[in-house]
Design a protein around this ligand. Structure first.
Ligand SMILES: *Cc1c(COP(=O)(O)O)cnc(C)c1O
Length: 471
């Protein structure tokens, strides 16, 4: 592509993005295509000769776009958000154009030094004490995997990477039964094995792990010859927003010399507002914490902030220095690829820097407070509405509910979620609470307004009223 064409298509792509964002309220939130429909429109063979950009772009609009679910839609209330504030999109254009591989300090000193600074801004913003050092990971899953690897190496006297696990004692990791599946996968990939993930039952309104049961499990394991290695606590679990009592978890961990990792992938963003910090009281004593600015805060995916009390342990676990990666005569610099599983690194700090500067913490706090208020209002309207039951009360901006108009409530509510998503005006997902289907609602899209929540109420009520089983 020559320079003139590159300029023209770059401009077209940017203009397209702006028009696309402006058009979102007129599009169904969840893709309305059937499985295989998009694939059927793609040629089976690769092109042998180059094609015209006009044709490629037209196919993007005609074939690809209908198969997209619109995560930046203001009425995206499913899962958790993956927000990309416009200002962070602009930063990503620049990052994409420079396309630097920022694995070492010297492969782009600005990327490393900006990452150190903006992560320290974030540390202050969410109220973590000085002494926590931050690194940007591609996902919370990777951050949690790194934390589990550190737990493993600490517990095995730094001998696991070398000797493997077969001749070593059997390790144990503890978490509540509310944690995200990324914890299971970290346990698999680290070689510790799912049978050694001890799931402590959650209880109470916050669905935090039963800390008496936690301590009893640790003691029982030690008596049985296992080696407890660490605890993964969560703030804002994926299903219903469960929060462990971090202070209690840390107290027990200290008693037994265990590492504590806190997964706050979604709810961590809310901690820029002081009024939510009681929900993770004690976090300042944890060994590591992860939260995703790419979820609620507005930094274009991917951007996971991983804070570590003792980065030397992480580097000792993950760093490899073959000759070609050594940076002679540059002692005291940070090579962030030694803090992560992948070697290659995108320049992810720039979008955070743009985001934090453009909106300021006050702007982001207002957004999060609005989401929490609007979600609570919807919860009350549904509670007072026709035949709805609130299953779990709001945690931050997440609650769950079910419609009571049928004998088989699980089947009825699954059908209701599908009917709502086929309607297209909003997008919701389901979960199970104590074994029973509940419908989740979370408010978190960067550009949503209160009237989008009103629409959600209308759609939920209308669709529920016309369900075949209703009444
Ligand atoms: C989203 C989420 C994750 C996974 O995050 P990725 O960045 O997609 O790996 C883990 N834990 C919780 C609580 C989450 O909400």
């Amino acid at each position: 592509m020559n320079g003139t064409d590159f300029a023209e298509w770059s401009r077209k792509a940017a203009d397209w993005g702006v028009a696309y964002r402006a058009s979102l309220r007129d599009r169904p939130v969840r893709a309305q295509t059937a499985p295989g429909e998009i694939a059927a429109r793609l040629p089976m063979q690769p092109p042998q000769t180059g094609e015209d950009m006009d044709a490629i772009f037209a196919d993007f609009e005609n074939i690809i776009l209908p198969g997209m679910t619109h995560w930046q839609h203001p009425r995206f209330f499913a899962y958790f958000p993956a927000n990309a504030a416009p200002v962070s999109v602009v930063a990503e254009y620049l990052v994409t154009a420079m396309a630097a591989q920022c694995m070492l300090w010297q492969t782009s000193p600005a990327a490393t030094e900006l990452e150190t600074r903006v992560l320290d801004w974030l540390r202050q913003a969410i109220g973590l004490p000085e002494g926590f050092a931050g690194v940007i990971q591609d996902s919370a899953s990777s951050a949690t995997l790194s934390a589990v690897l550190v737990m493993r190496e600490r517990a095995l006297d730094w001998n696991g990477n070398k000797a493997g696990l077969s001749g070593n004692p059997q390790l144990r990791i503890y978490s509540s039964d509310q944690v995200h599946t990324s914890i299971d996968r970290a346990i698999w990939v680290s070689g510790i094995g799912e049978n050694n993930l001890v799931r402590i039952p959650a209880r109470g309104a916050l669905r935090g792990m039963d800390c008496d049961a936690l301590e009893a499990a640790i003691v029982k394991d030690m008596e049985a010859g296992y080696v407890p290695a660490g605890i993964i606590a969560c703030t804002g679990g994926t299903s219903t927003g469960a929060c462990d009592d971090i202070a209690d978890v840390v107290r027990i961990a200290r008693r037994h010399g265990l590492y504590v990792h806190v997964d706050a992938a979604w709810a961590g963003s809310a901690m820029i507002c002081e009024e939510f910090r009681h929900l993770w009281a004690g976090v300042q004593e944890a060994d590591s914490v992860v939260f995703n600015p790419h979820k609620w805060l507005g930094a274009q995916f991917d951007c996971s902030a991983h804070f570590i009390r003792n980065p030397a342990d992480l580097v000792r676990t993950l760093a490899i220095q073959p000759e070609y990666l050594k940076t002679h005569g540059r002692d005291g610099i940070i090579n962030y690829s030694e803090w992560t599983v992948p070697l290659g690194r995108r320049f992810r700090a720039l979008k955070l820097w743009f985001l934090l500067r453009f909106h300021g913490l006050d702007g982001l706090r207002t957004m999060i407070r609005n989401h929490v208020d609007w979600s609570a209002k919807l919860c009350e309207r549904l509670r007072a509405g026709d035949n709805f039951e609130i299953v779990t009360e709001p945690a931050f901006s997440l609650f769950s509910f079910r419609h009571l108009g049928a004998k088989d409530l699980d089947a009825h509510n699954l059908a209701l979620v599908n009917a709502i998503n086929d309607d297209g005006r909003i997008y919701l997902t389901q979960t199970r609470v104590d074994g029973q289907v509940a419908i989740r609602f979370q408010a978190g899209q960067f550009e949503m307004t209160e009237s989008d929540v009103d629409t959600a109420f209308d759609v939920i009520s209308e669709v529920a009223a016309r369900m075949p089983n209703a009444g």
